[in-house]
Design a protein around this ligand. Structure first.
Ligand code: GLU
Length: 447
């Protein structure tokens, strides 16, 4: 890892000491601190008020037991989390992840990323994240409902439209948000739409929210291409994952004339030179909740088991699966295959080594906290609609999303220029996000 500025190195050492074994959290903090050298040099007030040290320590961390009964009548115990990281800009905001790999370190890394991502959107939202080590895979609808109800039975006391507003992430989609919202409503006797986002359209949800993370990532890349007098037309694109983010990234690339030749799940990847069939993919994933190999069977397409999707040559790569899914070796393969742009649809899918390989080779790299901010930005638009008891059209909401993504893109480039790293989206995103939160924290005093 690169060497940090002296003051920042002390902060990082403290983070390591306080959060032993939480490697993903360490990685996300290091990545931000690595960009902040020129900021602390120019603005000693941030160091004097210990803003960075305060930022690295969550305001509140909640860990709780989630007991529930499975279909066989057996009692199951999971662990629930909500890390309320920073509320300088607004109520804590960020998704819930249900996946067996979830532990405190994952929730903290996601919550930390969320602070800067949310700041970049320009919307009044703080940063938080939550989830559970519950594995929804293979669970019946009834089991998922009972788990969500048990999870909310503890979580409800910590959240609220002015306090903390969860949404979805891996393993939490419209179905889970429905069960969570139902239980919140039952316990509190309040129809408080703004307490959760990603809701169904009939009960307070927003058009475009489902598509927003994937579409937003593609809007961001469109902006990168526009700056290079280029477009998606005829480009070979590889999208990893096949969940919500991947699916709608694929949809938007196809609408813009690009060809998505491969996508994946944890079992392997599918390649189709003529392009992925989105209707079949949606049917497989959203309706049947089946594996990608079944999509490949239905299409008589090649399914490559247990290998890395990044060996497929492409012009543009969109990692939309999960953290650390693209390492240094994968990055070298992408470079060799002619890739010129990588944009993160997932949170921290590229390892630090991968980012180094890509940037050294001149590949344009857009980090998740900028490129995938469209999801949470549209969540904030959902909160606006809930607060005004209104619902907006698809076109209007999509236009708002488009202009938010263009705004983030431009802010990243301007900030990177100002701090002597022209064209570096990582530096631009980290510094622009940081300054917004840090200024608010200074103004609010030592709290
Ligand atoms: N989980 C999404 C993210 O990583 C969305 C969070 C939200 O909408 O609050 O940004």
């Amino acid at each position: 890892m690169p060497v940090l500025d002296e003051k920042l190195a002390d902060t990082y050492a403290e983070v390591l000491r306080r959060n032993p074994g939480e490697t993903e959290f360490h990685q996300s903090v290091h990545e931000v601190l690595d960009s902040l050298g020129p900021v602390v040099a120019k603005h000693p007030e941030y160091t004097d008020a210990a803003v960075i040290n305060r930022l690295c320590e969550p305001e509140r961390q909640i860990i709780f037991r989630v007991p529930w009964v499975d279909d066989r009548g057996t009692v199951q115990i999971n662990r629930g989390f909500r890390v309320e990281f920073n509320s300088a800009l607004g109520p804590y905001k960020g998704g819930l992840r249900f996946h067996p790999t979830v532990y405190l370190g994952i929730v903290k890394f996601l919550g930390f990323e969320q602070i800067f991502k949310n700041a970049l959107t320009g919307m009044p939202i703080g940063g938080g994240k939550g989830g559970s080590d519950f594995d929804p895979k293979g669970r019946s609808d009834g089991e998922v409902m009972r788990f969500c109800q048990a999870y909310m039975t503890e979580l409800y006391r910590h959240i609220g439209e002015y306090t903390d507003v969860p949404a979805g992430d891996i393993g939490v989609g419209g179905r889970e948000i429905g069960y969570l919202f139902g239980q919140y409503k039952r316990i509190t006797n309040r129809y408080e739409s703004g307490v959760l986002t990603g809701k169904g359209l009939a009960w307070g949800g927003s058009l475009v929210r489902k598509e927003a993370t994937g579409y937003g990532t593609v809007f961001f890349v469109e902006e990168i291409l526009r700056h290079r007098q280029d477009s998606f037309e005829g480009k070979r694109v590889v999208v990893s994952g096949s969940g919500n983010v991947a699916m709608y990234a694929i949809e938007r690339v196809q609408q813009l004339g690009g060809i998505v030749v491969a996508c994946s799940d944890s079992g392997g990847y599918v390649v189709e030179e003529k392009g992925i069939d989105l209707d079949e993919l949606k049917h497989t994933k959203e309706i049947r909740r089946a594996r990608l190999s079944e999509y490949a069977d239905a299409r008589s397409a090649a399914f490559v088991e247990g290998r890395s999707i990044w060996e497929v040559p492409c012009d543009i790569a969109l990692p939309c699966a999960t953290q650390n899914e693209l390492n240094g070796h994968d990055a070298a393969q992408l470079v060799a295959g002619g890739c010129t742009i990588v944009a993160e649809g997932a949170n921290m899918p590229c390892t630090p080594e991968a980012v180094r390989v890509l940037t050294d080779a001149g590949v344009v790299f857009a980090p998740g906290k900028a490129a995938n901010a469209g999801g949470v930005a549209t969540s904030a638009l959902e909160m606006q609609q809930n607060a005004s008891r209104d619902s907006w059209s698809f076109e209007y909401t999509q236009d708002r999303l488009g202009s938010i993504m263009r705004g983030i893109h431009d802010r990243c480039l301007e900030t990177a220029d100002e701090y002597g790293a022209p064209g570096n989206y990582v530096v631009g995103a980290n510094i622009a996000g940081f300054i917004k939160v840090a200024d608010a924290m200074l103004a609010l005093g030592v709290i």
